[in-house]
Design a protein. Structure first.
Length: 288
C-alpha cells in the first residue's frame, strides 16, 4: 500500500491516557491519518507509575509506553493503540535547566508495527522547592506559571501516603489551604512543593506532547522504499566523518542507517548533517 493513509484510515486508535492528552494528540492523528481516536473509560495509567513517585514507573520510558499501549489493546480488543510517556531530566549542557522528553508510541497489531515519535524540549516549568511559609509557596507558584499550571504540595519529598500529597492544585485558595495543612503535619516545619506535571495541569507539557505527535506523524510517513511499510527509521549511526584538513576519521557522524521493520531493507544516508568533512577543531590529530 503505497499511500500511508490506507494503512490506518477509519480504524479506531485507542489512546491510553487518563490525563486528557487526547486534547493534544487526537486532532493531529485524526486529521493526518484518518483514524478515530478513542480513550477507554476508566483507564488508570497511574498503575504504570506516577510523577509524584508514590508508584514507581516500570522499566524505561519506552517500555512504560509499550505496556500502556498493550494494556489498552487488551481492555478494548482493538488493534491500534497510542501511548504517551513523559520524563524530565537536567539539560545535558545546562544542569540547572530541566528538559522535557515526550515520547509517543504507536502500536499496530494488525500490521505488526511499532513506531515511536519523540520531542525533547527545554520548554518546561518542571521545578520543585522546599518551603516553610505560605508566602514562599506563593512566590514559587508565581515563578512556575500558576494557576494555569498546577502544583503539588507534599508534607515531605518522600511522602507516599495519599493523606500527605495534595495534587492538581490550581487556585490560590486551595494552594494556601494545602500548604497550611501540610505545614501542620510536617515534623520539621518544612514541606515540599513541586509543579504538577500531569498533562491536564500543565499546558506547557501539553504543547510538547503536540509537537511529539507531529514528529510521530512524520515518522509514520517515512516509508520503506522497498515495501512501503510506514516508520522507516534510523536504527544506527556511525561516526567517522573525515577531518577537513588531514582526512582522519573524527567522532562526528559519517552515516545514518535506516531499516524497515517489516522487510529489513536497509539504507545508508551519508553525511546526515549536510557536511562532508569535519571542522579540524574536532580532529584528534589537528587539534590534540
Ligand atoms: Zn520494507
Ligand atoms: Zn585532522
Amino acid at each position: 500500500m503505497a499511500n500511508v493513509n490506507e494503512w490506518f484510515k477509519n480504524r479506531v486508535a485507542v489512546l491510553a491516557t487518563m490525563h486528557q492528552k487526547e486534547r493534544a494528540i487526537a486532532p493531529v492523528l485524526e486529521s493526518e491519518l484518518g483514524v478515530k481516536v478513542q480513550v477507554p473509560a476508566n483507564f488508570n495509567t497511574d498503575f504504570f507509575g506516577t510523577f509524584t513517585r508514590e508508584i514507581k514507573r516500570l522499566g524505561t520510558q519506552i517500555e512504560a509506553a509499550r505496556l500502556k499501549a498493550e494494556k489498552a489493546l487488551e481492555i478494548t480488543g482493538e488493534t491500534l493503540a497510542i501511548a504517551s510517556e513523559g520524563s524530565f531530566f537536567p539539560h545535558p549542557a545546562f544542569p540547572f535547566v530541566s528538559c522535557d522528553r515526550e515520547i509517543l508510541l504507536f502500536l499496530d497489531k494488525e500490521h505488526n508495527l511499532e513506531i515511536i515519535g519523540q520531542e525533547i524540549s527545554p520548554e518546561t516549568n518542571h521545578s520543585h522547592k522546599t518551603i516553610k511559609t505560605v508566602q514562599e509557596a506563593l512566590d514559587f507558584a508565581q515563578k512556575v506559571g500558576f494557576p494555569e499550571h498546577g502544583l503539588v504540595v507534599m508534607v515531605s519529598v518522600k511522602s507516599t501516603d495519599h493523606e500527605e500529597i495534595f495534587k492538581g492544585i490550581d487556585t490560590e485558595e486551595t494552594l494556601i489551604e494545602a500548604v497550611e495543612t501540610a505545614l501542620r503535619k510536617s515534623p520539621d516545619g518544612t514541606i515540599h512543593l513541586e509543579t504538577d506535571m500531569r498533562a491536564m495541569y500543565n499546558p506547557t507539557r501539553m504543547k510538547v506532547i503536540e509537537i511529539a505527535t507531529h514528529n510521530l506523524i512524520k515518522k509514520i510517513h517515512q516509508q520503506c522504499p522497498q515495501c512501503f511499510c510506514p516508520g522507516f527509521d534510523l536504527v544506527e549511526r556511525q561516526s567517522g566523518l573525515p577531518c577537513g584538513l588531514c582526512y582522519a576519521p573524527t567522532s562526528l557522524i559519517l552515516l545514518d542507517i535506516y531499516q524497515c521493520q517489516r522487510c529489513n531493507y536497509r539504507e545508508e544516508k551519508r553525511f546526515p548533517e549536510g557536511k562532508e568533512t569535519a571542522d579540524p577543531a574536532q580532529c584528534i590529530y589537528c587539534n590534540p
